[in-house]
Design a protein around this ligand. Structure first.
Ligand SMILES: NC(=O)N[C@@H](O)C(=O)O
Ligand code: NI
Length: 167
């Protein structure tokens, strides 16, 4: 199956709901804490850590991939969620697909996340590894560390590869 260029959609909670959470403060519960010297933007994403693993915090330092941007594989983490929050206020890209054992490539979607938006992939959600628009961008990561393997990759046949339609 091959499709044309992959359009870029704005990242919204509604559109991203089948894949996990959008980490953003719009509409969130906000608590005044620390005697009024801080605000808590509460419970923005649901972290799932399964199969005896532990929660792990990391920082990714991602680099811009060559353009045109080829989506030639997807991966998933069956045992845990994976959250990304940008460390700089630059827009970035999120590529996901529905599917279970295998990704449903007809559902491949590309979202443009604002620099104040992150995502949390629910466990088992097919996604492309982190994608920057900027030359370099850091991300705060919350996912799983553990002995059980938690990475499944699916590389595409040449005629399945899609290119992101960036202006
Ligand atoms: N390999 C790794 O930790 N990163 C990927 O899972 C990713 O989604 O970027
Ligand atoms: Ni991943």
């Amino acid at each position: 199956m091959s499709g044309g260029p992959l359009p870029i959609e704005p990242l919204t909670k509604t559109a991203f709901a089948p894949f996990g959470d959008v980490i953003e403060t719009d509409g969130c519960e906000t608590r005044v804490i620390n005697q009024g010297f801080a605000l808590r933007r509460h419970d923005l994403a649901r972290v799932e850590i399964g199969d005896g693993g532990r929660t792990c915090v990391s920082i990714f330092e991602a680099r811009r991939r060559p353009r045109p941007l080829a989506i030639d594989m997807l991966e998933k983490h069956p045992l845990a969620s994976q959250a990304f929050y940008p460390l700089s206020r630059e827009a970035w890209l999120v590529v996901v697909a529905e599917g279970g054992e295998e990704p449903d490539l007809s559902t491949l979607r590309c979202f443009r996340a604002r620099g104040d938006q992150g995502v949390n992939y629910a466990a088992g959600v097919w996604h492309f590894p982190v994608l920057t628009i900027a030359e370099r961008q850091g991300f705060f990561i919350v996912d799983r560390e553990g002995d059980a393997p938690n990475l499944v990759e699916r590389f595409f046949a040449p005629d399945e590869v899609r290119f992101v339609e960036e202006s």
